[in-house]
Design a protein around this ligand. Structure first.
Ligand code: BGC
Length: 569
């Protein structure tokens, strides 16, 4: 889309978009799943010090992939493998355009920003002894300083999947020697973390060691469709996860021992998990097993007792027997390692997007075992769950409340930072600028987070929207858009344009939730049934099959309100 075209979308073209939206609404499947009690709108506000933020990651937005001495990462390698692939070579060009990004955050009233540092932009080979890229250090200093000058707190992820390629080649990356105490990768990650604390820790008070180690372990080293594309689905993920957990613990202790007293910040890890809901009551244990293999794999050692969940250990021990192995495919931590891992999170970072329905699939012997079959579960989706553009993303708002409750109970009531949550659209022409489905997603999910906070007493301290910008969506390239802001990837200047959801999010932040009686809450009330794709009449029991018609009525109510909000924003 050209700059002129998108300008006009924000101005005179709004009605054209609304028309398109009406068309798209007609094809949204009717969702009969509204539960009057579970799904009702909660009015109220988050605690006063609640953190509203938005997130990005280095490889997904920075571009400048080979500027100065930056070394290649495993994602540069993957993206360059074939010419037809989208790459992160330029992405949103945030390496050059970060001041514009910061103005977008300011516009939305955000006081926090979660971004990641690219390890090979700091140490081109991943090893400090081989040299430091001073331009990379300058870039992150400039970004952090600009954030602080605009009253925005940086929340920094050290590893969002872009491992230096040289470390993969030299040491096997996170497969490095996973059963010994002298694993090189732990020390190298520790050195990198130390360097970041030393250089940026005077201004950065929130550190996230790893983003979603589940993805790196399973998709990167198990099935191997993500970088570095190591295919070893029986064991690769368990070895990589083992190393990542130990590397995380190392980075945590370095902060604790060498920096905490002077810098007074916090260090945690961000774990992702889909909520698993049992398909029938008989599947309840299977659903718990699903969550333990997913979240517990990392959270149990770090936030509970230094070791993998019991159900994972016993399941994997049984599998070893069945497979005629003398040892489990799940590695063991030594007693010293357990001690050093346990309690290494000042907060619990959570990325959550979706929910699956779980069925028990115990215990069919499998010829080629892998992490998916190890869990002894089947997964599916209820027919009435609406879908986003990403094939895996079903919209199930109540899932996040359940997951937050599970974390509270299971891990001793930690402070939880929701470090990602969001919804994708397809890349299409004309662009989706009146992104009502994203507005609905944020509305419904944040309301569920507020229920967790205010009704269930979960200590949720932060909510982070993924993402500030449309960006490089990994294997999907630029075909899926998660942004609150539209980025035109055909425009060399990569101009950013606010979508309607950024206006909604701004109002949400300003209201700190859904306060009783506010104009914003009235707008949300009017939208509520439309967003749940049902009608008030249906909810109250007078069904007349008029769902689509009433939804359209809500929409017509919604559009003028949306426009009004754009004007006052
Ligand atoms: C990742 C992001 C990704 C998002 C949407 C999360 O798993 O941290 O990098 O873009 O999900 O797929």
């Amino acid at each position: 889309m050209s700059a002129t075209a998108s300008d006009s979308i924000m101005e005179t073209g709004t009605f054209v978009n609304c028309f398109l939206l009406v068309i798209s609404l007609v094809i949204i499947p009717v969702n009969g799943g509204y539960d009057k009690e579970r799904d009702a709108l909660l009015k109220g506000t988050f605690p006063q010090d609640f953190i509203w933020s938005s997130a990005t990651a280095a490889y997904q937005i920075e571009g400048a992939w080979n500027v100065s001495d930056k070394g290649p990462s495993v994602w540069d390698t993957l993206a360059h493998q074939d010419n037809n692939r989208d790459t992160g070579d330029v992405a949103c060009d945030s390496y050059h355009k970060y001041p514009a990004d910061i103005q977008l955050m300011k516009q939305m009233g955000l006081k926090y920003y979660r971004f990641s540092i690219s390890w090979p932009r700091i140490f081109p080979t991943g090893e400090q002894q081989d040299g430091v890229n001073q331009d990379g250090v300058r870039y992150y200093n400039a970004l952090i300083n600009e954030l602080i000058a605009n009253d925005i707190q940086p929340m920094v992820t050290l590893f969002h999947w872009d491992l230096p390629q040289v470390l993969q080649d030299r040491y096997g990356g996170f497969l490095n020697n996973h059963t010994t105490n002298t694993t090189v990768i732990h020390d190298l990650f520790g050195d990198y973390a130390r360097f970041c604390y030393q250089n940026f820790g005077d201004r950065v008070k929130y550190w996230i060691t790893f983003n979603e180690p589940w993805i790196t372990s399973w998709l990167g080293y198990g099935v191997g469709n993500f970088a570095p594309q190591h295919n070893e689905p029986a064991e690769g993920q368990y070895k990589a996860a083992h190393n990542i957990i130990l590397s995380h613990a190392k980075a945590y202790h370095i902060y604790d021992d060498e920096f905490r007293a002077a810098q007074n910040g916090q260090v945690g890890i961000t774990l992702n998990c889909d909520w698993g809901t049992p398909k029938t009551p008989a599947d309840a244990d299977a659903a718990i097993r699903y969550v333990q293999f997913f979240l517990g794999w990392f959270a149990h050692p770090i936030y509970k007792n230094g070791d993998y969940p019991e159900v994972m250990k016993t399941t994997m021990a049984r599998k070893a027997q069945e497979e005629g192995r003398t040892t489990s495919r799940l590695p063991e931590f030594t007693p010293e390692q357990k001690l050093s891992i346990s309690g290494t999170g000042d907060f619990f970072g959570l990325n959550h997007y979706t929910t699956v329905e779980v069925t028990d699939a115990c215990c069919t012997p499998i010829e080629n075992p892998n992490y998916d079959t190890d869990k002894d579960v089947g997964t599916g989706h209820a027919p009435d769950w609406p879908r986003a553009a990403s094939s895996w993303l079903y919209v199930v708002p109540w899932g996040i409340r359940n997951l937050l409750g599970f974390i509270k109970e299971e891990y001793g009531d930690p402070e939880i930072y929701v470090t990602e949550n969001g919804r994708s659209d397809h890349d299409q022409d004309p662009a989706i600028m009146m992104d009502m489905e994203r507005i609905c997603y944020y509305m419904m999910y944040t309301n569920e987070v507020m229920k967790a906070s205010n009704m269930d007493n979960v200590k949720v301290k932060a909510y982070t929207a993924w993402s500030l910008l449309d960006n490089f969506e990994w294997l999907s390239g630029y075909s899926e858009r998660f942004g609150l802001h539209y980025v035109d990837f055909n425009d060399p200047t990569r101009t950013r344009y606010p979508k309607a959801s950024s206006v909604f999010f701004k109002q949400l932040v300003r209201n700190n939730g859904y306060p009783e009686g506010s104009e914003f809450t009235k707008y949300v009330e009017n939208m509520w049934y439309f967003c749940h794709n049902t009608t008030e009449a249906e909810v109250n029991g007078y069904t007349g099959g008029a769902s689509q018609i009433s939804s359209l009525f809500s929409l017509f109510l919604a559009i003028p309100m949306m426009i009004a909000y754009s004007l006052i924003a």
